[in-house]
Design a protein around this ligand. Structure first.
Ligand code: NAD
Ligand code: UDP
Length: 321
């Protein structure tokens, strides 16, 4: 019997890569997305397949799915800081009501459930690198609180459905992931720096650029998700690349990779921007036998083609007015 996955947020950056992976493993896929921050173009190449279905739907409303479902991967949520600052209520609703609906669907169908949680659960961390048993340092009433607390709530709701209803759940804490299909203007560091470098504009480094991040290539992340779903592990698992660098170093790397003449310009650091971030992946290594394979230089090279094409298309578009 063919297995069937429901992937919420499937028309987004990560969701579209997940749809591809499940289809290539021989699954049927129902992609559920309201296109709030995603785009149907991300899954346009899948639409001719009999095994792929697209449902335009807001998962904060009851999710009605006919037929059997074996796994639900709940990825619907604005994810870039710019998006969730512009969409605070939708972000809180999709993390809370959306997660509740997706868990309800999992319970009704007897399906496995995996929630896309985040390193933002650790907030501006006081433990470094971050281990899963660290409870975090989140400002609930700051601007990022809408995302961080929605995700923390969604983890709590997931554990409640597991403990109380016996739903077979998984929680992945995803650290900064990049790759093709990120939106040029989604405001995250990589799309911002690549599009600025390709256009010869100054790279906008926030603060003094000494804050750190650790960047994971999307194929590595998808492999981690695949393995976690196949495991029988219910506690949160960090998945990310532990190779950590300052944002200033990251900007320099992008300038070098693109052979750009761009300089760097410093702008104000957003409120509550975490000062450090690096996943401790001991658990992922032990439980999933997983670790990242794609080095940053190779991952950036693979991503560059996508951004080059986008920048060209944007450059070719007739200017307004
Ligand atoms: P994205 O914005 O590209 O994708 C999110 C998708 O969810 C979009 O297609 C959007 O239209 C959809 N969506 C939002 N609200 C919805 C709703 N109410 N109903 C249905 N669909 C809805 O972002 P992404 O980077 O692909 O992130 C996907 C998931 O992974 C998110 O849950 C995010 O929190 C999580 N995550 C991502 C990263 C990362 O580095 N990319 C890191 C940590 C966690
Ligand atoms: N950042 C930056 N310039 C930009 C976009 C982001 O300096 O144009 C910084 C941001 O302040 C943060 C880091 O890069 O310290 C990563 O930001 P991103 O939005 O990619 O994700 P975050 O890890 O903050 O969720």
């Amino acid at each position: 019997m063919k297995q069937r996955a429901v992937i919420t947020g499937g028309a987004g950056f990560l969701g579209s890569h997940l749809c591809e992976r499940f289809l290539s493993e021989g699954w049927d896929v129902l992609c559920v997305d309201n296109l709030l921050t995603g785009n149907k173009d991300n899954v346009a190449h899948l639409e001719a397949l009999d095994s792929f279905e697209f449902l335009e739907h807001d998962v904060t409303k009851y999710i009605d799915v006919d037929g059997p479902v074996d796994a639900i991967l709940h990825f619907a949520s604005p994810a870039s800081p710019i998006d969730y600052l512009e969409l605070p209520i939708q972000t809180l609703k999709v993390g809370s009501l959306g997660t509740h609906n997706a868990l309800g669907l999992a319970r009704a169908k007897g399906a496995r459930f995996l929630i896309a949680s985040t390193s933002e659960c650790y907030g501006d961390p006081l433990v470094h690198p971050q281990t899963e048993d660290y409870w975090g340092n989140v400002n609930p009433v700051g601007p990022r609180g809408v995302y961080d607390e929605a995700k923390r709530f969604s983890e709590a709701m997931t554990m409640a459905y597991h403990r109380y209803h016996g739903v077979d759940t998984r929680i992945i804490r995803i650290f900064n992931t990049y790759g093709p299909r990120m939106r040029l203007n989604d405001g995250r560091a990589l799309p911002a720096f690549m599009s600025q470098a390709l256009q010869g504009k100054p790279l906008t480094v926030f603060g003094d650029g000494s804050q750190t991040r650790s960047f994971c290539y999307v194929d590595d992340l998808v492999e981690g998700i695949w393995r976690l779903l196949a495991s029988d592990f219910h506690e949160p698992v960090n998945v990310g690349n532990p190779s950590e660098m300052t944002i200033r170093e990251f900007a320099d790397k992008v300038i070098a990779l693109t052979n750009s003449g761009s300089t760097v310009t410093y702008q104000e650091l957003p409120e509550d921007d975490p000062k450090v971030r690096q996943p401790d992946i001991t658990r992922a290594r032990a439980v999933l036998g997983w670790e990242p394979k794609v080095q940053l230089d190779e991952g950036l090279e693979r991503t560059l083609g996508w951004f080059k094409k986008r920048v060209q298309v944007q450059g070719e578009a007739p200017s307004e007015g």
